[in-house]
Design a protein around this ligand. Structure first.
Ligand code: ATP
Ligand code: MG
Length: 395
């Protein structure tokens, strides 16, 4: 049938100077995501439309629901912007709907169209009252809210209204490095960063044999969930075992977590430099655990000048869990495999660590050399979402 997905950009429209860049990025993302379907995409400064084959609509809709930069969309009938053709089409398509009351709302962005919006509402309303049995107008609470958008060449008729994923298209910002553990928080942090347009690469610290291969598989599964919001994600796996063992041999027990986190940030900075990431993103939330008090954050963060973005900093755990459920990572995150942070948790980690004490403890071992080794031995996996078959498995 002659329908299209009619996309409204939302927040994009406020970014005047960058408008074309935003629209082109969105266009390319949609094209890439839907590349296995027989579709045609058209774009202009106000709207984008996707022509599709009827049988693909359900699959395409699921994918479109996860493309950032789409504020709202409609499945719309398309007809030439010609009075008679619009009338004919409207009669044809309302007959597929069940309703008693209706309202018509015409928007005429093509001012050369011969009839004003208000008048055209009356024309079309009269047409329905005359030709469809037992229907009446209700402008406040209609069963069927009929929108007619008249543009220069084409007119769109639709009755539905779907929320898009919102945010900015991935790729309208540069790259950030996401610290991805197997927990609940960090996948949500990654999702929120991508929603602002950030391209992410993920970094997972593992400490085999203290952590299992199942724990790694869990992180890969989480990455596969996240990749449904973008085109691909590079996942870097850090062998953290030698550093972690040294820390637990040489440092005071209550400072082990503080120092472990400082080491993680140092490694993150090096990985960010190597792969041209501009920021570090993680799932820290103020006060959640000892290493996330403001004092701890200050001492830990002081090892790097790379900005650390914490999308969850001010959210409650329950709010984070709601988001994790929404993006379908929660069930994977609560699988019971140990993470390198949980394996070595001391009984009484420092809640208000002192910077001098952390520096003093670190001076007991040659961590720079160990850090270099982890960078040399990074294991990188590319998680791709481009093949539709695979993509369906991921949803
Ligand atoms: P999450 O916070 O994701 O639920 P968690 O509770 O195990 O996992 P925290 O101890 O709260 O992790 O650590 C705070 C943040 O540090 C995480 O959200 C994540 O961004 C990062 N992080 C912790 N452990 C790791 C790890 N093993 N690999 C990569 N990043 C990690
Ligand atoms: Mg956490």
């Amino acid at each position: 049938m002659d329908r299209v997905i009619l996309i409204k950009y939302g927040e994009l429209s406020t970014k005047k100077a960058n408008r074309n860049f935003f629209i082109n990025t969105l266009y390319n993302n949609i094209k890439e995501k839907l590349n296995v379907f027989a579709i045609k995409i058209y774009k202009d400064r106000a709207r984008m439309t996707i022509q599709f084959r009827d049988e693909d609509l359900d699959k395409i809709k699921k994918i479109v629901d996860r493309i950032f930069g789409i504020h709202k969309y409609h499945i719309a009938y398309v007809v030439n912007s010609n009075v008679d053709e619009i009338k004919k089409k409207l009669l044809e398509v309302v007959k597929l709907e069940k309703f008693i009351t209706f309202k018509i709302e015409t928007k005429r962005s093509d001012k050369s169209f011969p009839i004003h919006s208000q008048d055209f509402n009356k024309v079309l309303g009269g047409l329905l009252l005359k030709n469809v049995n037992n229907v009446s107008v209700d402008v406040h609470n209609p069963d069927l809210w009929i929108k007619v958008e008249i543009r220069e060449k084409e007119t769109y008729i639709y009755f539905n209204n779907y929320d898009g994923a919102g945010g900015y298209p991935v790729g309208t910002q540069s790259k950030g490095m996401l610290m991805l553990s197997g927990g609940i928080d960090s996948p949500v942090a990654g999702y929120l960063a991508m929603k602002r347009g950030v391209v992410i690469e993920a970094v997972y610290f593992e400490a085999i044999p203290h952590t299992s291969l199942e724990a790694r598989e869990k992180v890969i599964s989480l990455c596969k969930k996240l990749v449904t919001y973008t085109n691909f994600i590079n996942l870097h796996i850090v062998n953290f075992t030698p550093i972690q063992e040294e820390i637990y041999k040489k440092c005071p027990e209550d400072y082990c977590i503080t120092i472990m986190r400082r080491m993680m940030y140092r490694i993150m900075e090096k990985i960010a430099n190597k792969y041209k990431g501009n920021i570090i993103i993680n799932g820290e939330s103020i006060g959640q655990v000892a290493s996330q008090t403001l004092t701890s954050m200050k001492v830990i963060n002081s090892v790097t000048n790379v900005p650390v973005i914490r999308p969850l900093a001010c959210l409650d755990k329950l709010e984070i869990i709601d988001l994790a459920r929404k993006i379908d990572t929660y069930e994977t995150s609560i699988l019971p495999y140990e993470d390198c942070c949980t394996v070595f948790v001391p009984k009484h980690p420092a809640i208000n660590p002192k910077l001098e004490k952390a520096i003093d403890a670190e001076s007991k071992f040659n961590y720079e050399e160990l850090i270099e080794l982890t960078i040399e031995n990074l294991n990188t996996i590319k998680i791709d979402s481009s093949e539709s078959k695979k993509f369906e498995d991921l949803l």
